[in-house]
Design a protein around this ligand. Structure first.
Ligand code: PAF
Length: 282
């Protein structure tokens, strides 16, 4: 696996693969990689001749109260894991490579509508930062396809919108959520849970399953959401939201609308904010 820090070196490598007729897949990350990320690499591997991953802790997607400096950085184990997962190239840009005029003076991308909902409401500006950095990374890597985890459901939808809106010739491939045996969705944040919190954390997934069951029985959505919210509170979570939304635009479904819905939960457990979701199918 090659490791590249400079944009021009990256471009030369991509060009030589492209000239050889090879299909290129891209998996952008912020590092601190776990089995969920390696599953994205495996999916990319299946769909392309070359797999490029990036590790960049993006300052523009962190709010003023979110500690960018404390974001875990694990470069050695990330590189080792990516190599083992079959990644061909690890792109490690620095801040000046992605933001030549500095993050505060950057040209921002803003995806309307979708970004105001759910995590966008809880983390103002977060998705603008994500869209801004992903567009830059796409311009540098110029992949044929890019893989995003469905665990970050809203992020996937924001990137999908961005690509369609700007007519980028990149296929966005969503990857299934990877879970521990007890249902907890894999996340870098799980490492912050105490043993006691870890034991209760799968209740988020159980709540999603209860929402799915109630929805399949035709029960009122607002009642189901309120029940799950209350249940999580009783278990010690501080939920941000428990919502059943239309998957494509994350708006509330119309009365009687049944197709393409997704249940989404964000909740704090101690100091850790967990998110998870489940697409509702009969
Ligand atoms: O999901 C992430 O790790 C980040 O939001 C992403 C897509 C790499 C952009 O910084």
């Amino acid at each position: 696996m090659r490791q590249i820090e400079q944009g021009d070196e990256l471009r030369a490598q991509i060009l030589s693969w492209r000239n050889a007729g090879e299909r290129i897949a891209f998996v952008p990350t912020m590092g601190n990689l776990h089995a969920g990320h390696y599953a994205l690499i495996a999916l990319a591997r299946q769909q392309a001749d070359r797999v490029v991953a990036s590790v960049f802790v993006n300052p523009t997607q962190f709010g003023p109260n979110e500690d960018l400096d404390r974001y875990p950085r694990t470069p050695e184990s990330d590189a080792q894991g990516l190599r083992a997962a079959g990644c061909d190239l690890l792109f490690l840009p620095d801040v000046a490579t992605l933001y030549p005029f500095g993050p505060a003076n950057c040209v921002k991308v803003q995806v309307p509508g979708l970004t105001a909902e759910l995590d966008g409401a809880a983390r103002p500006g977060h998705f603008d930062g994500v869209a801004t950095v992903v567009l830059r990374l796409f311009n540098m890597v110029q992949p044929d396809l890019a893989v995003f985890g469905r665990k970050d459901y809203q992020q996937w939808r924001v990137i999908d919108y961005l690509v369609r809106e700007l007519a980028l010739p990149i296929q966005i491939v969503p990857a299934a959520i990877e879970r521990d045996a007890d249902g907890l969705a894999l996340s870098s944040r799980n490492q912050y849970l105490s043993a006691q919190e870890r034991a209760v954390a799968p209740e988020i997934h159980r709540s999603l399953l209860a929402l799915q069951q109630g929805w399949a029985q035709g029960r009122d959505l607002a009642t189901l959401e309120a029940e799950a919210f209350g249940r999580l509170q009783a278990l010690g979570f501080v939920p941000d939201y428990v919502q059943i939304r239309r998957g494509v635009d994350l708006q509330k479904p119309q009365a009687g609308e049944r197709e393409g819905l997704v249940a989404l939960i964000a909740a704090r457990l101690g100091r850790t904010r967990l998110i998870d979701n489940l697409e509702l199918v009969s």
